[in-house]
Design a protein around this ligand. Structure first.
Ligand code: GDP
Length: 501
């Protein structure tokens, strides 16, 4: 059968909410296939999956080279701790502030651009170290064009320098070396270069092709040379961006400002960002109210390779998130709803697996308990008289299943710590779920599945859950003093124990 099949199509036939007829007429489909003269195998999977309107938005396919316009390279500064990354970023940020009078104070917004004397521009991501870089890579985002590897001339190559080298190599991002602290008394540039060569970085001065600039971030020596080298590298790489079409950008920083509300800095990758644009980032929505640079200047528009702080977010997206422009707020809301529903489904799936695994364990323990009971039963008959079993096997014990929710991490840890020191020989303690924050639907369902108890320490339980708990007989116990909560748990354990003879 397979050899005659030209194409295999997989169709998911589901019910559109409220309708129970398939949305595709199979007979019509079959005829269409026959008319096309092709053979196809149809795998139809009936199911209850919701079919969403296809309104999610995705990045466009990569642009043609001919559509690209030159744009500033996006640079991340990396290197070993204390080798001068922060000092370098500070120096770069300030060295090119031309008009302090109008610009006001330079702020950390997550990224900034500098303009060189030649007119070329370079954008720096303002979070030193590799945490931000790895976080973005983990989300599949590759924002960085060039890595500046800062190596202190007095220390040379250190542990994190090596980590950064391998990270850059893995991500296939070219390195430019900045040998820093050339002003330091123990500076030994030659030694640092030799060490780099040993780690596979072919520095220019030793015949390789990795540009190397000797700088002092503290004394601001050769910074212009460093930025020029970056511009040259960008030209060599023919870095370009497409300023047309819907905006695509990446979040590099986000925060809440008491006066200006939710702010988030993005670096534009494609399109031209303007006031009034509607954006979505995961499940966050923005109608762009204001665009600013790191000096607080309002920007009219932002083209690829440039950063901007955006005012107008309804929720706060996190760093590394992809920002996409949509046509209207209505479309944005539809996209967000779809994404939220997808997330809920995924979460439910994960919970289901977790509950399934726990239930399996439960079943196993139950069967073993039954077997033991039978064994003891026979034993009792033979010995003619009551006896207490001395075997203490966890699976045979009654178990208190509990869900623990607390206000902060500290209390959570304190309570878990206290519970872990209790050693009940006659009753098992099974913490089905724990965490910080209000009691959730998920907690409720877990507790219900295990016939357990929810202990809420200094956190609320939504009204609907509280009511459901009352009507369905699920205990939710609220406390705000740790020892009282522990006492309640102890009491609940006692109640599960068989009566003493
Ligand atoms: P980071 O951990 O890589 O961000 O390093 P910092 O920028 O915090 O710098 C660590 C220390 O090195 C600070 O005390 C800086 O003043 C010092 N430092 C940074 N750059 C230079 C430099 O060019 N020359 C000298 N002598 N000290 C520097």
């Amino acid at each position: 059968l397979q050899t005659n099949v030209n194409f295999v199509y997989e169709l998911f036939l589901g019910n559109v909410s409220g309708r129970d007829t398939p949305i595709i007429d199979l007979k019509e489909l079959h005829n269409a296939i026959r008319r096309s003269g092709r053979r196809m195998r149809i795998i139809a999977k009936p199911g209850n999956e919701e079919i969403f309107e296809d309104k999610d938005v995705f990045p466009r396919p990569p642009p043609c080279k001919s559509e690209l316009k030159p744009r500033p390279p996006i640079v991340t500064v990396m290197g070993h701790v204390d080798h001068g990354k922060t000092t370098l970023l500070d120096a770069l940020r300030h060295s090119h502030v031309v008009d302090q009078e109008f610009g006001g104070i330079t702020q950390h917004i997550g990224a900034f651009s500098v303009t060189l004397d030649s007119g070329a521009k370079v954008t720096f991501l303002d979070t030193p170290g590799h945490a931000a870089f790895t976080a973005m890579r983990a989300r599949g985002v590759n924002l960085t064009d060039i890595i500046v590897l800062v190596v202190a001339a007095d220390d040379g190559v250190m542990e994190q320098t090596i980590e950064c080298i391998s990270m850059a190599q893995q991500a296939k991002v070219p390195i430019l070396v900045a040998i820093n602290k050339i002003d330091a008394p123990k500076a030994n540039v030659k030694n640092a270069e030799q060490m780099l060569l040993q780690k596979g970085i072919q520095v220019e001065s030793l015949g390789g092709d990795v540009q190397t600039v000797k700088i002092s971030a503290l004394k601001r020596i050769n910074l212009e040379q460093l930025t020029e080298a970056l511009a040259v590298q960008a030209e060599l790489m023919e870095i370009g961006g497409d300023p047309t079409g819907p905006v695509e950008a990446v979040v590099v920083d986000s925060k809440i400002d008491p006066h200006r509300g939710r702010l988030c800095t993005v670096v534009v990758q494609r399109g031209t960002l303007k006031k009034g644009d509607v954006l979505v980032a995961d499940t966050a929505l923005a109608k762009v109210r204001l665009l600013k640079d790191e000096q607080g200047n309002a920007l009219e528009e932002v083209t690829p390779g440039f950063p901007a702080e955006i005012e107008g977010w309804k929720d706060l997206p996190s760093a590394g998130e992809l920002v996409l422009q949509v046509d209207s707020e209505k479309q944005a809301r539809a996209v967000i709803r779809i994404r939220e529903e997808k997330k809920d489904l995924e979460k439910q799936q994960i919970d289901k697996v977790a509950i399934g695994a726990k239930e399996e364990m439960h079943q196993k323990a139950y069967k073993e308990r039954l077997q033991l009971k039978r064994r003891l039963g026979r034993f009792k008959l033979k010995n003619d008289g009551p006896r207490k079993p001395e075997i203490v096997d966890d699976n045979t014990l009654p178990v208190l299943h509990l869900v623990l929710k607390t206000d902060v991490d500290g209390t959570l840890e304190a309570i878990l710590q206290t519970l872990s020191t209790y050693n009940y020989r006659e009753c098992g303690l099974d913490i089905v779920n724990y965490g910080v924050g209000a009691v959730t639907e998920n907690d409720f369902e877990l507790a219900q599945a295990f016939k357990g108890v929810i202990y809420a320490f200094n956190v609320a339980c939504p009204n609907n859950l509280q009511k459901r708990a009352e009507s369905e007989g699920l205990p939710i116990k609220h406390h705000n003093v740790i020892y009282k909560l522990i006492d309640t748990i102890k009491q609940d354990i006692n109640e599960l124990l068989p009566p003493r003879e």
